[in-house]
Design a protein. Structure first.
Length: 215
């Protein structure tokens, strides 16, 4: 009982505030409803007219509750997997991924008019986490990296699944996943997530105490 409680306390102490804050912001913006979505979503015409904040805010708003819950679940899973991430790792991976999504959608997807969702940046977080595990020689890093590559390759070849579009309530922009992944890869290679002392892959945790477009 004591060791189990210690394990939970150990994990609680390692929860980083930044992903929690991002989740809270996404929930708060969802409470604004369709008006908030219209005002903050990534819209090419609006950005061209000077509403540059949409490059960032568009990645924090969602099409509806289903879309929001999917991305919050993915964020929660990332927090559970990458408990060794420090604040700089969360900030770096989200910043690089978010910038890559914003830049990629703007320059590499000139035909895209409308977009919303956090999953592009989340793909980058997962890639950065996989690279962090690989830096430490964790075999789980190869498994995670292979899974991500397979997912991105499948989306590039076959496009989004019908189920994902049903759950999100709109057309899934799979290009955003690729752009975010590239941003996460850049952070993983240049930022060395977790630093020299990082050791939080699966093996380390085992030995520790206890027509809308979406993404």
């Amino acid at each position: 009982m004591i060791s189990e409680r210690s394990s939970w306390l150990w994990r609680a102490r390692r929860i980083q505030p930044l992903p929690v804050l991002i989740a809270a912001v996404a929930v708060a913006l969802a409470a604004l409803g369709r008006d908030g979505l219209a005002a903050l979503a990534w819209q090419r015409a609006a950005i061209e007219s000077g509403e540059a904040w949409r490059l960032v805010s568009g990645q924090l708003v969602h099409l509806g509750i289903g879309h929001l819950l999917l991305n919050l679940a993915a964020l929660a899973a990332a927090m559970a997997l990458f408990t060794g991430f420090r604040t700089r790792d969360w900030a770096g991976s989200f910043a690089c991924s978010g910038l890559a999504v914003a830049a990629g959608l703007w320059w590499a997807s000139p035909g895209l008019a409308w977009y919303a969702g956090l999953s592009g940046a989340l793909h980058g977080v997962y890639v950065a986490g996989a690279v962090a595990w690989l830096w430490q020689g964790e075999r789980g890093g190869w498994l995670l990296a292979a899974g991500l590559v397979a997912k991105l390759a499948w989306e590039a070849w076959a496009g989004p699944s019908a189920l994902s579009e049903t759950l999100t309530g709109g057309a899934v922009v799979t290009a955003a996943h690729l752009y975010g992944a590239l941003g996460g890869l850049a952070w993983g290679l240049a930022g060395r997530p977790g630093g020299a002392g990082y050791n939080d892959g699966p093996a380390a945790r085992d030995s520790s105490p206890g027509h809308d477009n979406a993404s």
